[in-house]
Design a protein around this ligand. Structure first.
Ligand SMILES: C[S@@+](CC[C@H](N)C(=O)[O-])C[C@H]1O[C@@H](n2cnc3c(N)ncnc32)[C@H](O)[C@@H]1O
Length: 294
């Protein structure tokens, strides 16, 4: 199934970057500085982003019902980037972004971290669109990741990583953000099992998931908006986990939990001194885990 958009709507991957760039250009204090990613957007998107129109439609908490969704996704990515930087400080030399979409961590960080090999794994359709955009814009090789095309539902991650030159004997940091809700539980478990079998102990995994918890009335409204947005793009939400189920899953597939953050933790870390009211609108769960020694 294509995940690159439907009718006049972008796919969720490209949409997420458009929103992050708008946030970077117009929010009081951006969680991730994507301002240099503007050229990666289509010309017509650049215009509405630069003018501030898209910021008001999507990112400004005072005008947009989508802003709390953006906030959860942004905070998760920021957490993943903070963990990756800490790993780089410890000389971890491989960074793998799973379900990367239009993530720009490699684009922004590769030149500053020449000793790190950056991989991006994503659905073949979305990855082809991103590569096409990189070619159109003329992104130099020095800012590109190693692209690894995988459909988590149907393809082998192990074969793809092996083919891309990933070194299973060297430490890696894996980031798998804002993607699990779009996958079946089976694909999530199979991917984690394959990851664990192909990475050395003490490698790091940061991942978020949609949590199966009772929602407040306000959260139900945000969840309804999210289902509408993803439904219009033909990228339905397919799975949720309770925090206990998710910890058991990680344990079963070979990982141990280092930190398991909820929306309050994200609030304290990334939103507490904001005055624009931006905050995650759904129960957010983000895990920092480590490959167990086998
Ligand atoms: C909401 S986007 C998030 C992209 C990026 N991680 C971010 O936070 O901006 C969801 C991503 O999941 C990927 N995805 C969904 N189903 C997939 C599948 N079956 N195999 C591989 N990737 C998939 C999509 O291609 C897309 O890049």
């Amino acid at each position: 199934m294509a995940k690159t958009g439907h009718a006049d709507k972008h796919g969720t991957a490209e949409d997420a970057l458009i929103s992050r760039v708008a946030h970077a250009l117009h929010a009081e204090s951006p969680l991730i500085d994507e301002s240099n990613s503007l050229p990666l957007l289509r010309p017509e998107d650049r215009e509405v982003v630069v003018s501030g129109e898209l910021y008001r439609q999507r990112c400004d908490p005072s005008t947009s019902p989508i802003a709390p969704i953006l906030a959860g996704g942004l905070a998760s990515l920021r957490f993943a980037e903070d963990v990756a930087h800490a790993c780089f400080q410890r000389s971890v030399g491989q960074s793998v972004c799973l379900g990367a979409g239009f993530d720009t961590f490699a684009f922004r960080q590769r030149e500053a971290n020449p000793e790190v090999v950056f991989f991006e794994v994503d659905h073949p359709d979305v990855q082809a669109l991103k590569r096409e955009r990189f070619d159109e814009v003329g992104v130099p090789d020095s800012r590109r990741p190693v692209f690894v095309a995988v459909d988590f539902e149907t393809m082998s991650l192990i074969d793809a990583l092996d083919g891309a030159g990933f070194d299973p004997g060297a430490l890696a940091v894996f980031s798998w953000m804002n993607t699990l809700p779009y996958l079946t539980r089976e694909a999530t478990e199979s991917t984690l099992t394959q990851l664990a079998s192909r990475t050395t102990s003490s490698s790091t995994l940061v991942v978020n998931y949609a949590s199966d918890l009772p929602y407040s009335e306000a959260q139900q409204k945000v969840a309804h908006t999210l289902a509408q947005v993803t439904g219009e793009r033909r990228e339905p939400l397919r799975s949720q986990w309770t925090p206990e189920e998710f910890e058991t899953l990680l344990e079963r597939t070979g990982f141990e939990v280092v930190e398991h953050l909820d929306e309050q933790d994200l609030m304290a870390r990334y939103f507490s001194d904001r005055s624009d009211g931006l905050a995650p609108g759904l129960p957010a769960r983000v895990v920092n885990a480590r490959r167990r020694a086998s």
